[in-house]
Design a protein around this ligand. Sequence first.
Ligand SMILES: Cc1cc2nc3c(=O)[nH]c(=O)nc-3n(C[C@H](O)[C@H](O)[C@H](O)COP(=O)(O)OP(=O)(O)OC[C@H]3O[C@@H](n4cnc5c(N)ncnc54)[C@H](O)[C@@H]3O)c2cc1C
Length: 236
Amino acid sequence: MTPWLAATVVGTRALTAASRTLVLAVPGFQGARPGQHVDVRLTAPDGYQASRSYSLAATGTDERVELAVAAVPDGEVSPYLVEVARPGDVMEVRGPLGGYFVWDPADPSPVLLVAGGSGVVPLVAMLRARAAAGSGTPFLLVLSVRTRADVMFADELSDPGDGVTVRRVVTREADGDRPAGRLGAADLDATGFGPDDAPAVFVCGPTGFVEHAATMLTGLGHPAARVRTERFGGTS
Ligand SMILES: Cc1cc2nc3c(=O)[nH]c(=O)nc-3n(C[C@H](O)[C@H](O)[C@H](O)COP(=O)(O)OP(=O)(O)OC[C@H]3O[C@@H](n4cnc5c(N)ncnc54)[C@H](O)[C@@H]3O)c2cc1C
């Protein structure tokens, strides 16, 4: 069993009105592969404990863990991480966890990333790993958000690097020529990333979003075995 490690908050940075990054110093943390997650455990003064899973926004071996958390209204853990936790606070981390939802930088296949909301977090780790590896593998990120202001890592994604395309899908307001609306098949159709191009596909976000996107992708002809999914919970 992977042990729990003491984790000290060393930095926070707002990403949107309802999300932020937390950087934790975790002595003994061994680094991770892009797409993996950790479990985070909080302990209240009375001993009550709560743990939740969070994807790693960055992979590395310097005993630092970077998380990016979106507050779920009325949630038990995420509002604390987004609004309350501050440098010096101590929590626990266990991981890295998960070996399936992982991009291998040695895989030359094009990569189609599909995110709903905070589902972008492990996909940002993949984009960062691509840059760190000096990889020229073509990537397309299709990112669905409610409003334009809800894009996490907006600065980074506005300049994602050569060979990386970011396509924004805004569901609750018009965005340029695209009217408001849910992710549709046309949003996933792109030269170089169709079924004939055999991309590796990673879909991540709230459970309902992931099921909707994965159904559409297999309907478009992507083999189910090429479509890897990570469900964050919730229904929308
Ligand atoms: C492998 C994995 C990786 C994850 N990575 C991230 C990440 O990088 N960033 C991040 O912000 N979250 C991530 N999550 C989601 C996270 O684990 C929590 O579920 C989320 O922060 C809500 O926890 P909570 O205690 O605030 O809400 P809870 O008190 O557990 O739930 C409150 C209510 O919100 C609903 N709910 C729970 N989770 C969600 C959700 N994700 N979306 C919408 N409604 C929800 C519940 O059904 C419930 O009705 C990940 C989940 C998994 C399984």
